[in-house]
Design a protein around this ligand. Structure first.
Ligand SMILES: O=C(O)CC1=CCC(=O)O1
Length: 96
């Protein structure tokens, strides 16, 4: 199943630069692990916002939750998930 996921990140103002750098490093390691697995297909920055739009190819809602909730910044995100399927007028066979 293909999911389009928008993640808005809200970093607490109280965090030190070191704490933020640690989270960002672990966030990168975690998301790149999923990207290398092939399940996290696209990761785009939303221009002008501390947000991303991602395309994740997960087997089930449970697996999608496992992927998203493994991110260190997960507790600090507002997340919108949209499940998508092939449009009948799409000219390509594969969606991703
Ligand atoms: O958008 C961000 O910076 C948060 C994030 C999610 C996955 C990732 O690598 O960064």
């Amino acid at each position: 199943m293909i999911y389009v996921v928008e993640m808005d990140v809200n970093i607490p103002e109280s965090w030190s630069e070191d704490k933020l750098a640690d989270y960002i490093k672990r966030e990168q390691e975690t998301s790149q692990k999923w990207q290398k697995s092939g399940k996290w297909v696209y990761l785009w920055r939303v221009a002008g916002k501390y947000s991303n739009i991602s395309v994740i190819d997960a087997e089930s809602p449970d697996e999608l939750h496992q992927i998203i909730s493994s991110l260190p910044l997960f507790p600090y995100m507002n997340i919108k998930v949209t499940s998508v399927c092939k449009h009948p007028n799409a000219i390509r066979e594969t969606m991703i």
